[in-house]
Design a protein around this ligand. Structure first.
Ligand SMILES: Cc1ncc(COP(=O)(O)O)c(C=O)c1O
Length: 440
């Protein structure tokens, strides 16, 4: 069963992708060559859990093939489909209808003729759900986040951003202005210090304050009212990324914004369809028509990219209708129950959990070598999950991020919790005996 080598020779269980970002050489590919050697060693070791390929639908159980060929068939906590809508019959029907009506391809940018007539009703429904009347669609959530920042922020403006905000937001900030200020995770007082310092010397520049409603690596949330109030005080604009909670948590699926009673009160919201709405695609929502029209023409990842496809639009529309229905409420309840069971079962086995109950359950492991060994053992035991390691999270805080679906049963949660606990325990033993062997 356990094919993991006990004492790695060249230690591919150490190091990180970060080590290969820069490597001075006239040959631009030198860093890629060095990275590839490390990658190959990790794959050979069996400790490379990325780039898994699905052999079946990404449901609560699935089959995946790992980079070294290992096939795992079992309980799946590695896919993002929080309400399990990707296999819902009305989603399938909506996709087939859209295919019949519009074909499979958008055929161009939304700025030209790539948008289909169903985009309007989808935007209206998102607007109703968020109490924000103006909505723009993007081909992905990443494009929505990047495009909002790149579209709105200029060199003379500032971005104040949570240190753990998603890559699309940090990339958008870095591409838009050199005046990017990072505040400590969730820390509204630290953001206040940054805002105060900026406004003391610059009353003319725009300031965008950027955060998420639910951080998926940590399962925690900011105080949205406090951030919005701060922005009003300093004449700044707040943007909140609702990727991981919109639709799958909160009253009526309004997410953390609804849970914190801030519906319709946030300046700008970005979101994605890829976690709860069973398809690719994203959106920006605003209270101001002029912002939407401006972004439509000046948000590069939307303007200069092909529009979200007709199938994606139809699926997102059908999924949002389900989210707003009685069935959606039922699925949210099932999801919350599955999360509660999984957390209880893990905690009762002394597994260290992070954050609060949310659709993802982060399990802290710590050392990279232990985490890389554990994720492989878990795959061999028939549980599919994702390992998050540095630089996606800070050093020595490697973790599993178990993404829960409404279709995970209590039995699945119990079985998976037992295996997670066993995998981490065995991995600690394997790695400490390897460390002892090196010391001798
Ligand atoms: C917070 C956050 N924002 C944006 C995105 C990007 O969304 P998409 O996968 O639709 O491009 C993600 C996805 O990982 C995310 O977690």
């Amino acid at each position: 069963m356990n094919s993991f080598p006990a004492a790695p020779a060249a230690n591919p269980l150490g190091g990180s992708i970060q080590d290969y970002l820069t490597r001075p050489s006239p040959d631009l590919a030198e860093k890629a060559r060095a990275f590839c050697a490390w990658y190959d060693a990790r794959v050979a070791q069996g400790g490379f859990p990325y780039g898994k390929q699905l052999l079946a639908t990404p449901g609560a159980e699935t089959s995946v093939q790992h980079a070294d060929g290992l096939v795992t068939h079992g309980i799946n906590f590695a896919s993002q489909d929080y309400l399990g809508l990707s296999t819902h019959p009305s989603i399938r029907e909506a996709a087939l209808d859209a295919m019949d009506r519009y074909g499979v391809h958008s055929g161009g940018s939304p700025t030209l003729a790539g948008g289909v007539s169903l985009c309007g009703p989808l935007c209206e429904l998102i607007g109703e759900q968020l109490k924000m009347p103006y909505v723009m669609l993007s081909p992905t959530g990443w494009a929505a986040g990047y495009g909002l920042l790149r579209g709105l922020v200029r060199e003379t403006d500032h971005v104040i951003i949570d240190q753990l905000a998603h890559n699309c937001l940090h990339e958008g900030a870095a591409a838009s202005t050199r005046q990017v200020h990072v505040f400590r995770h969730l820390d509204v007082n630290h953001a206040r210090l940054k805002l105060g310092a900026i406004r003391a010397r610059d009353t003319r520049g725009g300031i965008l304050v950027v955060t998420e409603s639910l951080f998926s690596m940590d399962a925690d949330s900011p105080d949205l009212a406090a951030f919005q109030k701060l922005c009003r005080e300093f004449n700044a604009t707040l943007v909140v990324d609702v990727a991981h909670d919109f639709g799958c948590t909160g009253p009526g699926g309004t997410g953390e914004i609804g849970r914190q009673q801030m519906l319709g009160q946030i300046d700008l919201v970005i979101g994605t369809f890829s976690k709860t709405f069973a398809t690719n695609g994203g959106f920006v929502a605003t209270h101001r028509r002029e912002i939407r029209e401006y972004l439509r023409h000046l948000s590069p990842s939307t303007t200069f990219s092909s529009a979200i496809s007709p199938l994606q639009v139809a699926i997102a529309h059908a999924a949002l209708r389900l989210v707003r229905s009685e069935e959606g409420a039922q699925r949210r309840l099932q999801l919350a129950n599955a999360v509660a069971t999984l957390r209880e079962e893990l905690a009762s086995r002394d597994v260290e959990l992070m954050g609060r109950p949310a659709p993802m359950v982060p399990v802290l492991i710590g050392r990279d070598d232990v985490a890389r060994t554990a994720v492989r053992l878990l795959a061999e035991m028939g549980v599919v999950t994702n390992l998050i390691e540095y630089p996606a999270v800070s050093r020595a805080t490697a973790r599993f991020r178990l993404q829960v679906m409404s279709s995970h049963t209590s039995e699945m949660c119990r079985e998976a919790a037992g295996k997670v606990a066993r995998a981490i325990l065995s991995a600690r033993e394997v790695c400490s005996s390897a460390t002892r062997a090196v010391a001798v």
